[in-house]
Every structure is written in structure tokens, then in C-alpha cells.
Design a protein around this ligand. Structure first.
Ligand SMILES: [Zn+2]
Ligand SMILES: [Zn+2]
Length: 301
């Protein structure tokens, strides 16, 4: 009989051989992966709306954000609607697909409400931007929230026996954008300026760091120069960049020796991030990954 383990953040005692312990720990939890459905910013729809799916043994378990292009990408990949979602913030490139999801659920075959995990401070904005539309169905008789099971979240929430951490990030008004972590496995920054203090707290176990980054920084987002200034080399080694402004910007970030996510790219979370190969000046092999790094897995490095 397969026994499901305790949540990631509570399960990892300080052991020397944490890698072996982790393998034993997560094996029954079956192949956790993060699949990027899109990696573009609000003006780069050709790259897809930035959103990712936490998979368990290949099955979609939690969709992170739902922009205008997300639902089509999700259904094309999984042939079904998302079973649960987490929303990082209320910019339309991250929630613009929720109205379409409402219509599919409200007018399709009856299903159980879809779980929608939303940081508490986002609720008023979500209400105004999506739920207050007068008569979402022309004939009336339906409310936006009827098709969802709204789960307001503060610092953490449970989903599929995993405990996720939620933290505020730096994107527009204070407490208007949030990131998500499954400690020991991954941190997903959401849209943000650099947040080194958050990474030190929520991504200190050698896990993957999926981070907003464009080629050029601005008051709303992280740029290449910010990364180099704000983060430690060992954090950069674990970083995967998304939410960039164009395919060319992505190519340039990769040419600088950084790892980028591409639409449809899947990251096995139980494998540790590998070092990138040194940048090759002729530009051909700049994104190739080198052999797995010898970075220690211990807490606190
Ligand atoms: Zn965005
Ligand atoms: Zn945003």
C-alpha cells in the first residue's frame, strides 16, 4: 500500500543525507513537476500568459494563475479543465482567463466547484474585476462564485496533502501580489521586483526558484541587472526565469548564462536544479545544462 507522506515543509528533519531522505519521502508522492503553460508578460501573448501547472504523476493538480491564453493551453495539454487554481495577483494577464473558466463551468455539464485559492488581500479586487459584472449570464440566475469553491488563504494552505506557503512580493501596491512555495521543492515568485529576503526564508533548501525576469528591469518587474545585483550565485544557479518581454529577450537571457522557461517546458521538482554550462561565445550552446552540480543539499547553504 502506498502511504502518503506528511507535507513537504514539515517533513524534512535536519538530516545529513537529505537527498536520500527526500527521495524516500517524495517517491510515494509521485513525480511532482511544474509545467509552464506560458512565459510571456502582458505584452508578449505569443509567449503565452505566464502560468504554470503543478503536476503529480503527470496529472494536473494546481494551476498557478489564469491569464487570457491559459485556459486554451491548459485544455490543449490536459483535455480537461483545471481542478484547482492559485491566483498570485489581479493583473489581467494573470486572471483574465477566469471569466472564460466561469462560463465553461456555468454553462457546461454540472461539476463540483473548482477550488480557487486566493490570498485574502486580493479578494476585493477580484470581486470588482470579475464577480461584479452585472448578470454574467444574460438570462440571470448565476453568480460568479457559484462555480468556484473560494478558499481565502493567508500564510499557507493545504492542497492534495501538501502544505504551500504564501508570501507577499514586490509588485505594485504593497500586499497586492503574492508568491507561492512548496518548501524543499520550489518557489514561484509571481510578478515581482527582486525579493532576496523572501528567497532566504522560503527557498533555502536548494529547491527550484521560478522567478519573474525580463531583459530590462522596471519599477514593476525584475530585470537582468537586478538579478546579478540582488541574488547570490547559488540562488542564480537554481533560478528559472519566466514572464519575459519577447522571444528575443528570452534568447538573450539564456545567452547570458541564465536558465529560462519556455512554454510547454516541464521541470521535475524532485530533481535538483543543475548548473548551466558556461556561456559559449558563438551563441550555439549557451543554454545547455552541464552535469548535475555538486551543490550541497543541506539547509542553510
Ligand atoms: Zn504579469
Ligand atoms: Zn502583474
Amino acid at each position: 500500500m502506498v502511504s502518503y507522506a506528511f507535507p513537504a515543509r514539515l517533513q524534512i528533519p535536519p538530516q545529513r543525507d537529505e537527498r536520500a531522505y527526500r527521495r524516500k519521502l517524495f517517491q510515494p508522492m509521485m513525480d511532482l513537476a511544474l509545467n509552464f503553460l506560458g512565459v510571456g508578460n502582458a505584452r508578449a501573448l505569443s509567449l503565452g500568459s505566464s502560468a504554470a501547472v503543478l503536476e503529480m504523476a503527470g496529472a494536473p493538480e494546481l494551476l498557478i494563475d489564469c491569464g487570457p491564453a491559459t485556459l486554451d493551453a491548459f485544455t490543449a495539454t490536459y483535455r480537461r479543465l483545471p481542478p484547482a487554481l492559485f491566483i498570485t495577483h489581479a493583473h489581467l494577464d494573470h486572471i483574465g482567463g477566469l471569466e472564460g473558466l466561469y462560463y465553461k463551468l456555468a454553462t457546461g455539464p454540472a461539476t463540483a466547484p473548482v477550488k480557487l485559492y486566493v490570498p485574502v488581500p486580493l479578494l476585493p479586487t477580484l470581486q470588482r474585476r470579475l464577480a461584479d459584472y452585472p448578470n454574467l449570464l444574460a438570462e440571470g440566475g448565476s453568480n460568479f462564485w457559484d462555480v468556484f469553491q473560494l478558499v481565502p488563504v493567508s500564510e499557507s494552505f493545504w492542497h492534495r496533502q501538501l502544505q504551500f506557503s504564501v508570501f507577499p512580493v514586490r509588485h505594485h501596491q504593497h500586499l497586492s501580489a503574492f508568491g507561492l512555495a512548496l518548501e524543499g521543492l520550489f518557489l514561484f515568485s509571481g510578478d515581482t521586483r527582486p525579493i532576496p529576503e523572501i528567497l532566504n526564508r522560503y527557498a533555502a533548501r536548494g529547491e527550484w526558484i521560478f522567478h519573474d525576469c525580463a531583459l530590462r528591469s522596471n519599477p514593476s518587474h525584475t530585470g537582468l541587472e537586478d538579478l546579478r545585483r540582488e541574488y547570490k550565485p547559488e540562488q542564480l544557479v537554481r533560478m528559472v526565469l519566466y514572464h519575459y518581454e519577447s522571444p528575443e529577450a528570452g534568447t538573450e537571457l539564456a545567452a547570458q548564462g541564465l536558465r529560462i522557461a519556455r512554454s510547454g517546458e516541464r521541470f521535475a521538482l524532485e530533481q535538483r536544479p543543475r548548473r548551466m554550462a558556461p556561456v559559449v561565445q558563438d551563441g550555439h550552446d549557451e543554454t545547455a545544462a552541464a552535469a548535475p552540480s555538486s551543490l550541497p543539499d543541506a539547509v542553510g547553504w
